[in-house]
Ligand binder design. Sequence first.
Ligand code: AMP
Length: 190
Amino acid sequence: MINIVLFGKPGAGKGTQAEFLKEKYNLVHISTGDIFRFNIKNETELGKAAQVYINRGDLVPDSLTIKMLESEVNKNTEASGFLFDGFPRTEAQAIALDNFLKTKDWQITATIALDADDTVLVERILERGKTSGRADDQDEVKIRNRYAEYNEKTAPLIDFYKKQNKFYAVNGIGTITEVTERLGSVIEKL
Ligand code: AMP
């Protein structure tokens, strides 16, 4: 079983790359952002609770996010591996994930970051916002807030995974195929 955390700032290309990697390595792709958006669209209780945070560009509270993630994993216990996209984003989430996987005798195999410069990323998100319909993609103040959240709460996870010898990074700038190949060369050595 391989369980991979795809790591990177908003706009780094996690969702795009996940689409290729899940096919190539037969992984169940879990994007917490996509699940939140699905719940908002369908006006579920979870969607209503998460919407206010997402629209501001804030992280959704850990309690809600962790519970949702665990229930998604539990829907796929026959999986040969998972690709976590956008989770964990805080140290509390990373600890909860380790503990939860341990209850199943599973663990994270590797965390792979897509590196890219902030200025390139903000441009990419604004461009995506023209078609994604996402409120948090269309306003530079909200986008900057997502980066502030990343720097404060998510960046410390780099050290968290380095301490476990599970952190890898690839250059996230290039064509989609080039980046998929870079990720693949890390995965194939695991
Ligand atoms: P994403 O599509 O991954 O950029 O996520 C969009 C938004 O969903 C984020 O800005 C957060 O508000 C929320 N979100 C997604 N994943 C998480 C997470 N692991 N923890 C907290 N909030 C999250």
